[in-house]
Design a protein around this ligand. Structure first.
Ligand code: GDP
Length: 140
């Protein structure tokens, strides 16, 4: 099934000039970039993006980190894009991530784990709508 998913290249990775390396891995996997922009979140915008985690003990730290510098947001499109991109990212904690995954290669810690990917087609739709308007997205 052809799907869209949201990828964020988080501030730790943008700060270390890893944007090109992440996009290269995404394109090598056969996923298509169909929207791309840089964003520097305010604290309120970061809290809104991660609102699902608002009760978690790490929420404030996560929101502070996510607005600590610019990030790159991309919409990816392809067959089964949500699961394929989650597999490419690897486990949330880089210590558990498989060899060759983005988080194994690039993450600095559980929180500073370099990339975000939507966890379902439903969350992808909500996250994409939070960051992009319809006319920003092309079909690939
Ligand atoms: P994901 O879907 O793999 O990104 O994982 P989650 O939705 O569970 O968590 C969202 C993000 O919060 C993760 O990507 C990490 O950046 C961060 N995070 C998750 N668990 C923890 C934790 O226990 N402590 C801290 N400080 N950050 C966490």
């Amino acid at each position: 099934m052809r799907q869209r998913t949201l990828c964020l290249i988080k501030p730790d990775a943008v700060n270390r000039n890893l944007v090109g390396a992440v996009l290269q891995a995404i394109e090598a996997e056969g996923l298509h970039v169909c929207a791309l922009r840089m964003i520097h979140f305010t604290k309120a915008q970061a809290e809104g993006f991660y609102a699902v985690h608002r009760e978690r003990p790490f929420f404030d730290s996560l929101a502070t980190y996510m607005c600590s510098g610019p990030l790159v947001a991309c919409v990816l499109e392809g067959e089964n894009a949500v699961a394929r991109y989650r597999t490419l990212m690897g486990a949330t904690n880089p210590a558990d991530a498989a060899e060759g995954t983005l988080r194994k290669r690039f993450a600095q810690s559980l929180e500073h784990n370099s990339v975000h990917g939507s966890d379902s087609p439903e969350s992808a739709a909500g996250e994409i709508a939070y960051l992009f308007s319809t006319c920003d997205i092309v079909s690939r």
